[in-house]
Structures are given as C-alpha cells and as structure tokens.
Design a binder for this molecule. Structure first.
Ligand code: ISL
Ligand code: CA
Length: 510
C-alpha cells in the first residue's frame, strides 16, 4: 500500500446511478457514459456495489453466480468494457466481495440440500437451530423441507451463510477472486468480512441485538482466512482490500489492517455512524456534533491508515443526518466534505454526496423496498409498537434513502467544493502523508492539524457544524488557505457550518 494512499474512492450503487436504456434501472453502460465526469471530479477508484447475478432479495447482496453479470445491468462484455475504459482514464474498479453468504438460489446451496452432496458442508445444516438472531431481525435459522433441516443465515433466510470449516469453500472463493483480478480489477470491498468464521454454534448470550455474536465476531479463524487469501491470491496482483467490519473497536480494526499482519488494507468501522443512536440504528437520537467528532478523532489517533466515509448504500444521507439546521444544508455539506477530504486515510465518496443529496421524501411503507426495513417494521409491530412509531423508525433509518436515483442537478455549488478539495489532496502531500493532531473539539467545532514535520507546511482544519458563528483563534501565523464560504480574510470567527483550512504562513514561506 504505497500508491494507494493517494487514491480517492467513489462508491457506485449501480441500480440508481445511471440508466443508459431508459428501463428505469441503472446499468453498466450508464456507468461507462459517466466515467469522464468521474475522472473530472478527480476520483481514482470506483467501488461497485454488487452487479453479479442475483435474485435481488437483498439488492444484489445475495449472489447466485459470482462469475456472471446480472442481466438488469448488462453483460460480461459491458463489464469488461467498463474495466478497460475506466483504466484508460486512470480509474480502477473495485468489486464488492460478498462471501459470508450466498443467495439461496446459488447452485451450491441448491445442491447442498442433498445430504450426500459434496456441497452439504458448504453451509450450516443442522437438525436443531441454536438461539442466534439475525442482522435483519428474527431467528438466524430457517427450516428447509427439501434440505431436511435448519440452515444458518445471519441475514435474510434467502442468504444462507457459508461454512469456512469446509476447505472447499475457500478454494471456491479464491477462484472467484482470481477470475475478477485476472480481468484487471483494482481490488475488493469485502462485505461483513469479520463475521465469516463461526467458532462454534453454541447458544449465545441473550441480547437485544444479534444473540450469538460472541461466537463469530472477529475470531482468529477470520484472521487466518484473510491471511490465506492475501498470501495465495491478493499478493499476486496490484490490488487492495477494504473490509466492511461490523462491531469493531479500534483494537480489532488495528489487528485487521496493520500492514505487518497482511490481512486487509483498511476497514470501514461504524462507531462514528452510531453516535446518533441508542444501541441499534433504529433508535435514533439527536445528532451531537461533539460526540461525532470525538469518535472520529479517536479513530484518527488509533489507526495509522484507514477508510474514511460518511455515507454508503446502507446509511441515511449525511446532508439530512449530520446537518441539524436545514437552512444551512448547502454550507453543511461543504464543511463535511472538507472534513472527509482532509483527515488522514482513504476517502470514500458515495454517489450523490458530491451534490449534497439528502434523504428521500417517503410517505408510507408502500414506498419502501428494502428487505431490512420491512422485516424491522414487522418486528416492531409484533412487539407492540403502534403503526405511527414503527413508521417513524423506518422513515428515518431506511436504507432506501441512499438507494434512490440521484438528482445530479441538486447542488452544483457543493460539487465545486468537492472538486477544489480533491485537487488540494493531489497538490499538497501533507494532506495525505501528514500526521494527524487533534487541536480541539467544543461547541460543534472540530479543529485538527495535518503536518509532516516541524519545518514544513502545516494545515489547520476547522470544521463547524453549528448554526451560530463561533469564535476561534488559530494563532498568529495562520491565514486562510481555503474556506467553504469562499472568503480570504479571517475575522476571528467561523461562520455557521463553515469549514476553513488555515495554513501556517511561517512554515510555508507564502
Ligand atoms: O445496515 C447496516 C448498518 O447500518 C447493517 O446492519 C448492515 O446490514 C451490515 O453492515 C452489513 O451490511 C452489508 O451486508 C449486508 C447487506 O445487506 C448490506 O447492504 C451490506 O453493506 C448483507 O450482505
Ligand atoms: Ca437500464
């Protein structure tokens, strides 16, 4: 990971990104047609959420064939064309690797229903279930008549978990990875990768969420698998991996992405995305900027290099979530952009974020298509929540907010800010290689320094997520390098939802 540090990633959710043939579904030719625009934005890598063949029960995170493109998106020729055309523009393509589970329509699972099949042990078939509960609510086991038993699924029943105790499974996965890497892709985003190894199937401690998780969260077996995939496959290619890792703390994350351990290059952690909730994401609280900043800063200090993100296809839009005052929506999204692009690590921009896209207007459960939202709604009703309350929960949290088509005309002003900030990252090595140092967090204001050494240029970033001006004295030698308000003179206070990059005049010699 050397070159990688300079890269900026852009996540595409293909279904709602760009539709080339007018059938209402985004597709690969649509992405190809947008490549130049993405190149102009300055991004280096696109990560595609799944485009593999899938019955689409969980929007493609239920794969029925890892080596085929789902017809809704086009063909394998389109995919090959996308990889080549992107490369011509200097853009790498990262694929989503969903290997904790397959679709229940995958041929392995269908064949595994026969107890004498070699695929039987690819999955967890048991006569009796344990007490584990699933990520989408409800039991993690379902009975299948044909299979003559219960099988484990940590997500929907249509997503049976693979059992990595069978060495055949990891061989299959290696072949799939090679298939894609040989096509010249730039790496993988590894879906829920820290839960793939189930250490035992014993009953779990009863818990409000995910009973059983102590048996599979970030176990040694997961580390072994990651090392093996790196040794046998990934190390032979010029590529990188980012793991989606649920319920990780900084110690676990360090173990997963420390360079000397040769596992992942970086991880998506969740702690900063959990600062506006109580226990689970369905119980939202008011957003408190200071809490959010403290978590971000803690991770900056703890991990040498990591993935940075504010949005993805599972999260409500940051413009609606982290900006409490709707009057300052445009300003706020620019300030958040500055934070994302000036912290230490690899920034991931989610489609539409660069034009300040907010949450969707949703009227009732009929507008919702996400399987998770439907399950949670049903569960809430079952335990006695009135309809209005169950709906309020879904309305605020549903993954559909991020998954709807983007209005590219939304806020082109925000887009200009993204362009500027991306350019600075390319021009100022301190923003990439510089150390991080927290200066202060108070009253919705977050200030930090990026610096290489005492003698060279120092950038001080101040981000305000508050609706009132806030006084802040950066010290004598600091002048405005860039403000999201476009101003050049500093008057001793940040404006509402302003982001400022100060530069140390003495050290830069400007
Ligand atoms: O949505 C979530 C966080 O707010 C999680 O509960 C999420 O389900 C979890 O992070 C796993 O996500 C990934 O795997 C799922 C898939 O539905 C998600 O889209 C994917 O990002 C199962 O493959
Ligand atoms: Ca289409």
């Amino acid at each position: 990971m050397t070159d990688l540090e300079r890269k900026i990633v852009y996540q595409i959710y293909p279904m709602s990104f760009a539709d080339s043939n007018g059938d209402g579904i985004g597709d690969l030719q649509g992405i190809i047609a947008e490549l130049e625009r993405l190149a102009r934005l300055g991004i280096d890598i696109i990560w595609l959420s799944p485009v593999y063949k899938s019955p689409w029960f969980d929007n493609g995170y239920d794969i029925s064939d890892y080596c085929q493109i789902d017809p809704r998106f086009g063909t394998m020729e389109d995919m090959d064309e996308l990889i080549v055309r992107a490369r011509e523009l200097g853009i790498g393509v990262v694929m989503d690797l969903v290997i904790n589970h397959t679709s229940d329509q995958h041929e392995w699972f269908i064949k595994s229903k026969d107890p004498s099949s070699k695929y039987r042990n690819y999955y967890f078939w048991r006569e009796q279930p344990n007490n584990w509960t699933s990520f989408f609510g409800g039991p993690a086991w379902s009975y299948d008549k044909e299979g003559g038993g219960y099988y484990l699924h940590l997500f929907a029943p249509q997503q049976p978990d693979l059992d990595y105790h069978d060495p055949g499974v990891i061989d299959e996965i290696k072949n799939i990875m090679k298939f894609w890497l040989d096509k010249g892709i730039a790496g993988f985003r590894c879906d829920v990768i820290n839960i793939i190894w189930k250490e035992s199937l014993d009953d779990g401690r009863r818990s409000l969420i995910l009973t059983g998780r102590e048996h599979y969260l970030s176990k040694d077996g997961t580390h072994d698998i990651l090392k093996e995939l790196r040794r046998d496959v990934l190390s032979k290619y010029d590529c990188f991996t980012v793991g989606e890792t649920v319920f990780v703390d900084t110690d676990m994350a360090r173990d997963l992405c420390a360079p000397e351990r040769s596992e992942l290059d970086m991880v998506f952690s969740f702690e900063h995305m959990e600062t506006d909730q109580i226990i689970v994401k369905w119980f939202k609280t008011r957003f408190h900027p200071n809490k959010f900043f403290h978590v971000i800063s803690k991770w900056q200090k703890a991990i040498g290099w990591n993935a940075l993100y504010l949005e993805n296809h599972d999260q409500p839009r940051s413009a609606s979530r982290f900006i409490r005052d709707a009057d300052f929506r445009s300003e706020g999204t620019k300030a958040l952009a500055m934070m994302l692009l000036t912290l230490r690590g690899t920034p991931f921009i989610y489609q539409g974020q660069e034009v300040g896209t907010g949450n969707r207007e949703l009227k009732s459960m009929q507008d919702i298509r996400d399987v998770e939202s439907h399950n949670i709604y049903a569960l809430a009703r079952k335990i006695g929540f009135p309809k209005w309350l169950a709906w309020r929960i879904i309305k605020r949290t549903t993954r559909d907010h991020a998954r709807s088509p983007v209005d590219w005309q939304n806020d082109t002003d925000v887009l200009e800010t993204y362009r500027d900030l991306i350019r600075f990252r390319k021009e100022l090595p301190v923003l990439i290689y510089g150390k991080y140092n927290e200066v202060l967090i108070r009253g919705g204001l977050f200030v930090y320094d990026r610096f290489l050494d005492e003698k060279s240029i120092r950038i001080r970033v101040a981000i305000s997520l508050g609706s009132k001006p806030v006084r802040y004295d950066p010290g004598m030698a600091m002048a405005i390098f860039y403000s999201t308000y476009g101003r050049k003179e500093y008057d001793g206070a940040l404006k509402p939802y302003e982001g400022i990059m100060f530069i140390d005049e003495q050290s830069s010699g400007r």
